[in-house]
Design a protein around this ligand. Structure first.
Ligand code: ADP
Ligand code: ZN
Ligand code: MG
Length: 480
């Protein structure tokens, strides 16, 4: 059945840039310091104080804009966005209104192979400052405010309404985050609030050109919530449309406990921000050479790197994409690849056991603490049959726990693989004698019985027997 309605989605991402000081003053941006200790007359909005643009924040913004294929504005101008709120001491936010520092870019979102890719256009990328943080202690009749975050450099990245499903939104955000991490302009930590997303969504009859009335969903600090909230909204809006009811333009919040969006304010209550040019920051023109220098210095980005991994290392498209999705993981792979020859094995281990260990411990590759040379040592021990692949898994876990090297663990625990013919033969004969049923099954044509016998030999040798030799030896004694 053809779907009657299609979803139209545009995403706004706020990225905290990782600078030492705030966007327009010299206060430290360090996270987690005692409340209001990183403030000054500028970020507290004292009369007569003057903002100065942070050069690093500006150059980082250009870097992101170029990586997202955006055009750069000739003249850079800032504007005041006026509103009153307790977390905004100046009563305005320095932002950019009609002349964002960059516009007209795109991100190619590749999932499930090149053909399934989709180009999401970037409407604008602009630089602004963050607000402070309100804290509402439970059971208290007051609220607290921490201005340490006020004035932190924020990059707003806005897409065109090009996205048509929650899954696409999720994939776009993943691709964007990956690029941002490659650029090393932010820690992109969603739990800390360095990366936040607001989603705009409307529905329209399939095939229609005109956009429907949009709803903005705020307050989502994980990509999963964005996906869930969008799914919920599609359902809610579709039911309204089918019942012939009007969808109203409003801002809604995602309730991660109840898995629903709830109305926060409707268009009628929306602010008029009275934007006007920030008089304390004069417009300026960026030297084209500066832009070209930043462009030339852009790192190899995830898509290009994945292509190279396929070409240079002979990896599958899938493995290459998983490895290059995170810059630290890609760097790790390449460091290992320099000292270990079998790239396919390396990719399997990193995407398999290493990834499982990272997930189980909820850490990234750097905090896992396995040096490339130590992983290479482990894999070489499998290759030269000093240990079996199965035992190598246990050794890896032990390496992470104890910080010991593979060789040390294997020798101290006596895990070396048994490749001594005589020793294996002894165990094989013993197993055959004890398992007459399986032997006759096998001889009667049930060839799979051998799996059980191999398992018994491995069990008796505590996993240390060389499996290929066990197999051969069993077959030999079973008369093949
Ligand atoms: P506003 O002025 O309300 O902030 P913008 O035009 O700046 O609106 O768009 C904000 C975001 O909403 C962008 O990501 C844009 O793609 C998206 N958007 C705009 N109109 C719609 C719509 N009708 N349906 C879904 N998304 C939309
Ligand atoms: Zn300050
Ligand atoms: Mg907007």
């Amino acid at each position: 059945m053809k779907r009657l309605y299609e979803a139209v989605i545009g995403l706004e991402v706020h990225l905290q840039l990782e600078t030492e000081t705030k966007a327009f003053c010299g206060c430290s941006t360090e996270f987690g310091k005692s409340p209001n200790s990183h403030t000054c007359p500028v970020c507290l909005g004292f009369p007569g104080s003057l903002p100065v643009l942070n050069e690093k924040a500006f150059l980082y913004s250009i870097k992101v804009a170029l990586a997202l294929n955006c055009k750069i504005q000739d003249t850079i101008k800032f504007d005041r966005k006026n509103y009153y709120y307790p977390d905004l001491p100046k009563n305005f936010q320095i932002s950019q209104f009609d002349m964002p520092l960059s516009y007209d870019g795109f991100v190619d979102v590749i999932s499930g192979g090149r053909e399934a890719g989709k180009r999401v256009h970037i409407k604008r990328v602009h630089l602004e400052e963050d607000a402070g943080k309100l804290i509402h202690p439970s059971c208290a009749s007051y609220s607290l405010v921490d201005f340490n975050r006020a004035g932190m450099p924020l990059l707003e990245i806005v897409t065109e309404p090009d996205i048509n499903s929650p899954e696409e939104a999720y994939n776009y955000l993943t691709a964007l985050k990956s690029i941002l991490q490659y650029l090393r302009v932010s820690d992109c930590n969603m739990e800390k609030g360095s990366l936040r997303c607001d989603a705009n969504i409307s529905i329209r009859k399939a095939g229609e050109k005109e956009l429907g009335v949009k709803v903005e969903v705020k307050n989502m600090n994980s990509f999963r919530w964005v996906r869930e909230a969008l799914s919920f909204e599609i359902g809610r809006q579709t039911s309204l449309a089918e019942a012939g009811e009007r969808i109203i333009q409003e801002t809604r919040l995602w309730d991660a406990q109840k898995f629903v969006t709830v109305s926060m304010r409707s268009k009628e209550e929306a602010h008029d921000y009275r934007y006007f040019p920030e008089p304390d920051l004069v417009p300026f023109i960026v030297d084209k050479n500066i832009i070209e220098d930043i462009r030339k210095a852009l790192p190899e980005l995830p898509d290009a790197r994945a292509d190279r991994f396929v070409k240079d290392y002979g990896l599958s498209e899938y493995d290459a994409r998983v490895l290059t999705g995170q810059v630290d993981l890609a760097d790790y792979f390449e460091e290992c690849a320099r000292i270990y020859a079998n790239k396919k094995t390396l990719a399997n281990w990193i995407n398999g056991d290493i990834a499982a260990q990272m997930n189980a411990r909820n850490v990234n590759i750097l905090s896992l603490g396995i040096e490339p040379k130590d992983l290479a040592e482990l894999l070489k021990m499998i290759d030269d049959q000093s240990i079996s692949g199965k035992i190598a898994k246990d050794v890896l876990a032990e390496m992470i726990e104890t910080k010991k090297r593979a060789g040390e663990i294997v020798s101290s625990k006596g895990l070396s693989q048994i490749s001594d013919k005589g020793e294996i033969e002894k165990t094989v004969l013993d197993v055959l004698a004890k398992n007459e049923r399986s032997v006759s099954d096998y001889k009667g044509g049930k060839k799979t019985a051998i799996t059980f016998l191999v398992g018994q030999v491995m069990k008796q040798t505590r996993g240390k027997a060389n499996p290929a030799m066990v197999n051969d030896m069993l077959k030999k004694h079973l008369g093949e």
